[in-house]
Every structure is written in C-alpha cells, then in structure tokens.
Design a protein around this ligand. Structure first.
Ligand code: HEM
Length: 460
C-alpha cells in the first residue's frame, strides 16, 4: 500500500515544492498480486482511470510489473508536458518492447533529442497555416466522393468507412497520391499496431513469435515495401511536387542527414498518425450525432445556411461555429489519443508526491476531459457547452486532445481543418440511423478503439 500525503480536490502546486526525495509515492489502486492493475486497465481504460481518480490527482498503479503514475489535474498535466518537459521524455514502451514493435523508430513520433529536433523543424514546413489552407478543396472533394458511394438504407461500419476516407484524404493532400490499391496495406498495419498496443503483449518484445506479433511483422513488412515503392516512384518521376514526401527527399538532396530508413519510417509514421486519429474522431462524431438528432439538425441547418449545402470552402470555415463545437465536444468525450505517456528522467515532485526516475507517467485525456470539476454532466455529448467562450474559461490543460508542449501534435491544424470540412459535407448529404447503442465500450490500442464495430444506417 502506498503512503499518502495530503491532497485536496482543489490543491494546486505551489512554487516552493519540497525536494522529491522527502516526498511519499502517490497512493493508488492496489490491483491484484503480480499483475497489479493490468487486467482492469486493458479491460476498460475509462472506468479504470475513473476509479483511479478516487485516490487523488496524482495516482500510482502497476501494469505488467512496471510502476506508473497518472496525473489527473490540469496543473500537473501542464507541469509534465510543458513546464518540466525536459524532465520527462516521451515513452512509447521499453527499448525492448515498444508499442510500435521495432518499427518507425526513426519517425517523428519515436525519434528523440537532436534527431527529433531536426526532423520536427523540417516537417513543420508541411504544416504551416498557408499549406494546410491549400488542402481544404481536396479534403472536401474526397469526403464528397466517399459519401456519394453510400446508398439509402446502407448499413455502415463507421470506423472502416472513415478510415478509408481519411487515408485517401491524407495521401491526396500530404503525398499527392492516389492510394487506392495500396490502402489495404496501411489499414492492415494500423489494425496490427493497435492489436499489439491494446494487449499486455506490448510489454514484451516484438520478436516473441505470438500470433499478434507475427501479424504485426507481416503487415509492417508490407507497409514498408509500399513506402519504399512510393519513394522510388517519386524519385523516378519528372514532375516537381510540393508535398511532404518531396520535402523529405529534397532535404536529403540538400545534404541533410536523412537515411532511406528515416524517410521510410517517416512515411509509416504519418500514414498511421495522420489517418487513424481523424478516422476515430469522425466515427465518434457521426455515432454521437446519430443519437442526438436535434443536434444533427442544428449542424445541418448551419451547413445549409453557410454553404447552401455544398461542401465548405476555406472562406466558409470561420462561420461554421456549431460544427466547431461538435468537433471540440467529440474530441473531449472521445479523445482519439486517450493518453500521452512520459518517463521521468530524474526524481520529480508532482502535486506533493515523488515521481522517481524511470517512472512511466500517464497523462490521460480520457479522464481529465470527463472531470466533473471542469465539465457539467461530463459523460453527455453536448456540443453547445463550447459556446460563449467556454474554452477561455477552462483552466489551461483541462482540454488537450492534441497534447501539449514541444511534442504536441504536429498535425493539429490539419486535423481540425479536416474534421471541420468532412463533417459538414457528410451532414449535408445523409442522416444517420444508429445501429449501435449510444454507450460504447472501449479498448486501448495506440488510440482509443471501440471494443465492437460502430454501425449505423444512412438515409440520403
Ligand atoms: C483528431 C486527430 C488527432 C489527434 C487527437 C492527435 C493527437 C496527438 C497527440 C495527443 C500527440 C502528442 C503525443 C505526445 O505528446 O506524446 C500527437 C502527436 C503527433 N501527431 Fe497527432 N493527432 C491527430 C491528428 C494528426 C494528424 C492528422 C497528423 C499528421 C498529418 C498527426 C501526426 C502526429 C505526429 C507526427 C505526432 C508526433 C509529434 C512529435 O513528437 O513531434 N496527428 N498527436
């Protein structure tokens, strides 16, 4: 049983924090012997964090023999991600057992130190506001053609529909590429990565010959081959392009240290990080709107009055206030990145507790976004809560779907633009008749996965 220290619901960190060595370890759920909280966490991550929060705002638990500390108050979220970011490095699994298996190690998500800085600086150029704004038309046209394929009364698996849409859209915008015949390789790799990350296996090396690991190696092998082909095709092509792949290849041509491996890993990283998350957001948004017809109607009325029912243009986007509220509420209630993880690189004091060097630190959006201290009726989908400057009144880091600090999501603007373009396009064309119950069960993967297919019927 961990020692406890005073910790009230309203406690905030003070300037004069005692030395970490003098502080106790945070309290938390005991879990079962040997396994600790492993089963409870993998069974239901949202419920687990809710129960954990009854121990306070800084909570210790054990998963697969490793000590974790979760920070559940916005002040501590800010401390870990922003103020003390240099004392916590990103954690995605042990060196011997990353959630990514052994893949994408040199991509932006997993790179560290000087290599990460160099990559981030370069890649940032593909995500400037001007660049992103130039993508709106392609985003809308991808959404329009996907929706046109849906027939009246058709039963859809939302996640699979939205994944193919967001993957095509990502490839058209960032890679100037039609991915049709190669999309399957990406989808299989995404499924295999999530299957590994969502099981306790992610704490064991990826070379163990389990069925999950074998599927991962097969799928990632295929995906790496697809990426190598894309690079070769681009190098052989005569046309000058202005996209992310060209940026990487041009950087190498200019003498930047960028190996073939680094470029492949970057493609794997962006193909995964750039479509899975937005597909989940659209899945959850359509699911929630299907269960809230009055909110769906309001969204549609807004689209009709702003765009006349056409897909939105760049000029329309600032006027789509309610659409933005729907997007924000979706990312609050169903944050596709359900938690970000760090590892303490030294002993650190957080909220009156000691977080010893080497502790894995979980910063769970899935809990903080559902905290009744900051959100009324936190489990209800209520986009209107975001009206009238609600976000400005929230404490910083009570809402952080894209993380925070130097490693915040590089695709944030891209994702917001995509969601604000696709949703109105969908809403203008169809209505939803949900098949799946409103209350979803979730699984952890790398992202917040629905435990069962999220299905709906569409009415044109
Ligand atoms: C709704 C959509 C999205 C959500 C909720 C999301 C969430 C996040 C979060 C929370 C992080 C930070 C992880 C951490 O601090 O450890 C992150 C990082 C990242 N995201 Fe996103 N993301 C989304 C869309 C995208 C898109 C569209 C792209 C690319 C086109 C992208 C690419 C990345 C990359 C490469 C990183 C690593 C950045 C770095 O370490 O420098 N994401 N994302």
């Amino acid at each position: 049983m961990a020692e406890t220290a005073p910790q009230s619901e309203t406690e905030t960190p003070t300037e004069e924090t005692p030395a970490p060595a003098d502080l106790p370890i945070a309290p938390g759920p005991d879990g079962v012997p040997v396994l600790g909280s492993t089963l409870a966490l993998f069974r239901d991550p949202i419920e687990f964090m809710e129960v954990a929060s009854t121990h306070g705002d800084v909570v210790s638990y054990r998963v697969a023999g490793q000590r974790f500390t979760a920070v559940l108050h916005p002040d501590y979220v800010e401390q870990v991600l922003v103020r003390d970011h240099d004392r916590f490095r990103r954690w995605t699994g042990d060196e011997r057992a990353s959630v990514f298996g052994d893949y994408a190690q040199e991509g932006l998500v997993l790179s560290e130190g000087e290599q990460w800085q160099r990559q981030r600086q370069l890649l940032q150029r593909a995500f400037t506001p001007e660049k992103i704004e130039g993508y709106v038309e392609k985003m809308a046209s991808e959404a329009e053609s996907r929706v046109a394929d849906w027939s009246d009364g058709q039963r859809l698996d939302l996640q699979s529909e939205m994944s193919s849409l967001t993957l095509r859209l990502l490839c058209r915008t960032l890679f100037d590429l039609d991915i049709d015949e190669r999309g399957d390789a990406v989808a299989r790799a995404a499924t295999a990565l999530n299957a590994r990350a969502g099981s306790v296996l992610s704490f064991f090396p990826a070379w163990l010959p389990t069925p999950t690991n074998r599927r991962l190696h097969d799928a990632m092998g295929d995906l790496e081959a697809v990426c190598a082909d894309l690079i070769a095709e681009r190098q052989a092509g005569a046309t000058e392009r202005d996209d992310l792949l060209s940026l990487l290849l041009a950087a190498r041509a200019d003498g930047a240290e960028m190996s073939e491996r680094e470029i492949v890993d970057q493609l794997v990283t962006f193909l995964f990080a750039g479509h899975e998350t937005t597909a989940l957001a659209l899945t959850y948004a359509c699911h929630a709107l299907g269960h809230h017809p009055e909110r769906f109607r309001r969204l549609r009325e807004e689209v009709e009055s702003v765009t006349g029912g056409d897909p939105p243009t760049l000029r329309d986007l600032p006027e789509l206030d309610y659409t933005e509220q729907v997007v924000k509420e979706t990312l609050r209630l169903y944050p596709p990145a359900y938690a970000v993880f760090r590892e303490a690189t030294e002993d650190v004091a957080v909220g009156g507790y000691r977080v010893p060097e080497g502790t894995k630190v979980s910063v769970p959006q899935v809990r903080v976004h559902r905290d009744a201290r900051f959100y009324d009726d936190p489990r209800t989908f209520r986009p209107e809560r975001w009206a009238d400057g609600f976000e400005q009144r929230l404490p910083d880091y009570a809402y952080f779907p894209f993380g925070g600090g130097p490693r915040h999501c590089i695709g944030m603007r891209f994702a917001m633009m995509e969601l604000k373009t696709v949703l109105p396009t969908v809403a203008a064309a169809v209505e939803f008749d949900p098949v799946t119950d409103e209350n979803l069960a979730f699984e952890t993967g790398i992202t917040l996965q629905p435990a069962d297919p999220v299905e709906t019927r569409v009415r044109r």
